[in-house]
Write a protein that binds this ligand. Structure first.
Ligand code: SAM
Length: 234
């Protein structure tokens, strides 16, 4: 990938169809063939999913609401959303991820209210949804690209947009630097950190404001979670 993110997307897609798919399917799964770091990330990520569900259900039941899960991975969020009765569209740039998510959904939901799954990068998503969610995807893109993605996701959402991203805090920057000094074999993509302020500015530029915030931290997993709403509806 070049520094300006010119071909980040192709690199990310290739990664999540191959080694990244194997790595993250394990982390997001339930099997015990994970190391301590992966187990810690599994825990952190499950907290992000849990807090997201809390944020969403806080405003009322999800029954019948249209929700788009952009960059759905193996379906960690899409499946519980469908369980709550939401009408879910779940998409991902990786065909491997989408097919794993679909098969997990078919098992977990026993054929009921199966999300509409599609292989699609979020930049080419179309339509309107009550709520759009995008968890742990922005980490793969530099800020200027993340700004475009946030603007596009906001244009698809009628009422709410929920995003999680790796926060640019001093401690995390430090960890990342240590990681760069000792790159493991599975770290095939680079991680981009985003500050709350930068994400907020990107939202404000397209007429959205942050209504709720959350922060999730375990030993090796950090996420800022924000729920945004259109300024006009405030
Ligand atoms: N959102 C899921 C979750 O939290 O369980 C998966 C998070 S995983 C770290 C990042 C996911 O984003 C991968 O499944 C990857 O294929 C997907 N992704 C990366 N870039 C994308 C893009 N431009 N459009 C759609 N999906 C993308």
């Amino acid at each position: 990938a070049n520094e300006m993110g010119g071909d980040d997307k192709e690199v990310v897609k290739e990664y999540f169809n191959n080694s990244g798919f194997q790595r993250w399917k394990k982390i997001y799964g339930e099997t015990d063939d994970v190391n301590r770091v992966q187990l810690d990330i599994r825990l952190g990520h499950s907290k992000t999913v849990e807090k997201t569900l809390e944020m969403l259900t806080d405003e009322g039941p999800l029954q019948g609401l249209t929700v788009c899960d952009a960059g759905c991975g193996t379906g960690s969020l899409a499946i519980p959303l469908a369980c709550e009765g939401a009408v879910v569209t779940a998409t991902d740039i990786s065909a491997a991820m989408v097919s794993e998510a679909r098969s997990q959904a078919e098992k977990a939901l026993e054929g009921e209210n199966i999300p509409k799954f599609e292989v699609k990068d979020l930049e080419s998503l179309e339509g309107r949804f009550d709520t759009v969610v995008c968890l742990d995807v922005l980490i793969h893109y530099p800020q200027h690209k993340a700004d475009e993605m946030i603007a596009h996701l906001a244009s698809l959402a009628e009422k709410r947009l929920v995003l999680s991203f790796a926060p640019k805090t001093f401690y995390y920057l430090l960890l990342k630097r240590i990681g760069e000094l000792f790159p493991g074999p599975s770290k095939a993509t680079r991680a981009y950190l985003h500050s709350d302020g930068d994400v907020e500015r990107a939202l404000e530029k397209v007429g959205w404001r942050v209504r709720k915030r959350g922060f999730i931290a375990t030993q090796f997993y950090f996420a800022s979670l924000i729920e945004a709403v259109p300024i006009a509806s405030a």
